[in-house]
Design a protein around this ligand. Structure first.
Ligand code: SF4
Length: 443
């Protein structure tokens, strides 16, 4: 019998990279997990479950850990969220489940929901256990999913539970989208992302990698499938549109993160400027420090009160020794053979100055690439418009979810979208769908 396809049979991340990016939140030991689980008040109408976009039954999975049923705990998590392992590492829990914990009201530390979730999911992975559900008998329906990120993975897994054939297409050679290529290694290691996705082909989901869907292939997919799910994420990081941007030494945050996660980038030049102050910008700045940069400066045209990064990410950046230049924007990139300096303007008084740098990392947000499907589905400012309840687009046979519909949110939001869209597709194909409310078709 041939060996099953394992995405995690990937060249291992270099030991040097692993050493530079240790876990931000180390795993709980059993000795620590049980007492932590026993701190939970097991609230009825638990606010943590409401705050979780995938509505994991948090008190239930924690109660199972407390009673020693760790396998059952993992099953509870996976029933709601197929990527419960990566979400346990990547979710910004301060603004989601843990932020809603009632213990805040009495001045106590919230339950460490994410670390408990990771405890259960790590045990599930280590045991080599399968996903806790099997596909329904084949319905005869087929769905093509474009993009292999979290939204498509969640959608495909749910479709299989309804007996619907699911094939995922992606331009890259590995699945996972941002989970695999774009989340800081100290939050979600590349190997962990792939190990989690290894379980999905076992449901019968098929994958086609290194495949960019062009107009002709899309027509073919339409002809051969009952529905199409667009989980295409976002496009490239925006350019600055200033002189010198083509010089060697200018890169962008996503390329840097994907590069070091795969082992292609092992070191950083000494002086780094990061343009932008969102979460991805901070990930890139911290990565530069960990890769050996001596001086990392983040440049933002507004003040600290206006940054889009979460407060805990900003605090983390400061702890790593990153310097911030507020109310400052780039005017030109200077250099002959490669980047030598950044010409900057203070937005408060229009004064200018030069910052000597060896590399510049752009992190001013991602463009959209939904225009590829513009003659198929309606978009607004580049976002694919959907009925939030079903994921259905303006085209009844097209569904969508994740970053291409919301402009860029969390992994857990994409998982929730994908699952919802699968239920919408299943209802459409089995003839039980409600009429799409086109007034709902909003992000
Ligand atoms: S998936 Fe994320 S938000 Fe939901 S309970 Fe788990 S850690 Fe919290």
């Amino acid at each position: 019998m041939s060996k099953p396809l394992l995405f995690s049979d990937h060249p291992p991340t270099p030991a040097e990279t692993r050493a530079r990016f240790p876990d931000l939140h180390p795993a709980l030991t059993p000795q620590a997990a049980i007492p932590e689980a026993n701190r939970c008040l097991f609230c009825f109408d638990a606010p943590c479950t409401t705050a979780c976009p995938t509505h994991i039954d948090v008190p239930r999975f924690i109660h199972k850990i407390a009673s020693g049923n760790v396998a059952g705990s993992a099953r509870t998590i996976l029933e709601a969220n197929i990527l419960g392992g990566s979400c346990s590492r990547a979710c910004p829990v301060e603004v989601l489940c843990e932020g809603a914990c009632v213990l805040h009201h009495s001045g106590q530390q919230p339950i460490e929901i994410a670390r408990l979730q990771r405890f259960a999911m790590d045990a599930h992975q280590s045991a080599g256990a399968p996903l806790p559900f099997t596909p329904a008998p084949a319905s005869g329906h087929k769905v093509a999913l474009i993009g292999a990120g979290p939204a498509s993975l969640a959608c495909a897994a749910e479709l299989r539970r309804h007996g619907i054939a699911a094939t995922i297409y992606d331009a890259r050679p590995r699945p996972g989208g941002l989970n695999t290529y774009g989340i800081a290694e100290y939050k979600l290691p590349l190997a962990e992302s792939l190990r989690e996705i290894d379980l999905i082909p076992r449901l019968g989901v098929e994958f086609r990698f290194n495949t960019t869907i062009d107009a002709a292939q899309l027509e073919e997919l339409e002809r051969t499938h009952d529905a199409i799910f667009l989980g295409i994420g976002l496009g490239a990081i925006h350019a600055l549109g200033i002189a010198g941007e083509q010089l060697p030494g200018v890169t962008n945050a996503l390329d840097l993160i994907a590069g070091y996660k795969s082992g292609a980038v092992l070191t950083s030049p000494p002086r780094v400027a990061v343009i932008g102050a969102g979460n991805t910008a901070i990930d890139a700045a911290i990565a530069s420090i960990r890769l050996g940069a001596e001086e990392v400066t983040m440049i933002y045209r507004r003040g600290p009160g206006q940054i889009s990064a979460f407060a805990f990410e900003y605090e983390h950046a400061k702890r790593e020794g990153i310097r911030f230049l507020w109310h400052t924007q780039p005017a030109a990139i200077l250099g002959t053979e490669r980047v030598e300096a950044l010409a900057l303007i203070r937005t408060t008084d229009d004064s200018s100055f030069h910052l000597p740098v060896d590399t510049i990392i752009l992190a001013i947000g991602q463009s959209t690439h939904s225009h590829v499907f513009a003659d198929k589905v309606s978009t607004e400012r580049g976002r694919i418009l959907i009925d939030r309840a079903t994921g259905q687009t303006s085209n009844p046979r097209y569904f969508s979810g994740g970053d291409c519909t919301n402009g860029g949110r969390e992994v857990v939001d994409a998982v929730a979208d994908g699952k919802r869209a699968a239920l919408g597709i299943a209802a459409l194909l089995t003839g039980t769908r409600r009429e799409a409310n086109h007034a709902d078709i909003r992000m």
